[in-house]
Design a protein around this ligand. Structure first.
Ligand code: RB5
Length: 143
């Protein structure tokens, strides 16, 4: 399995924590930064992960910022991204099961590193349920 990950300055510690955990599961991680506390603009990093997800070069993407809203808004502007804002393991599982999310956004200022890993793990363990949920996600695109 291969995953792309990125964050802004609010999320680099959680990003590095998740990277270690994923490597421990033999998941290959493409890290697009940022790598320190210097203030950056989250779309500059979020779009890099979304490019990989849309190109099919990774299995899914992880985006981290303070609230996860900026990253989720960025990702969900993309034609082929469904990004779930995940602040609990239950929400993370459901965004895979019901929304077939291909990117998760995690709010680093509102979850601990351990919670961030539980969220990521719950998403990874879950499977899309299809059926009525497929009908619904087919209606999401506009224009
Ligand atoms: C950065 O201070 C903060 O605005 C950002 O991490 C994120 O929460 C934006 O949505």
């Amino acid at each position: 399995m291969k995953v792309a990950i990125a964050c802004d300055h609010a999320g680099f510690e959680l990003k590095d924590y998740l990277k270690d955990k994923l490597n421990g599961r033999n998941v290959e991680v493409i890290d697009y930064g940022t790598n320190g506390p210097e203030s950056v603009d989250y779309p500059d990093f979020g779009h890099k992960v979304c490019n990989d997800v849309e190109n099919g070069t990774v299995d899914f993407g992880i985006l981290i910022c303070g609230t996860a809203n900026g990253m989720a808004m960025t990702a969900n502007k993309r034609a082929h991204i469904r990004c779930g804002l995940c602040w609990s393991p239950e929400i993370a599982a459901l965004t895979k099961q019901h929304n077939n999310a291909n990117v998760i956004a995690i709010p680093a200022r509102f979850v601990s590193n351990e919670e961030g890993w539980k969220i990521t793990d719950a998403y990874m363990q879950a499977s899309f349920e299809g059926g009525r949920h497929q009908n619904r996600i087919d209606k999401i695109p506009c224009g």
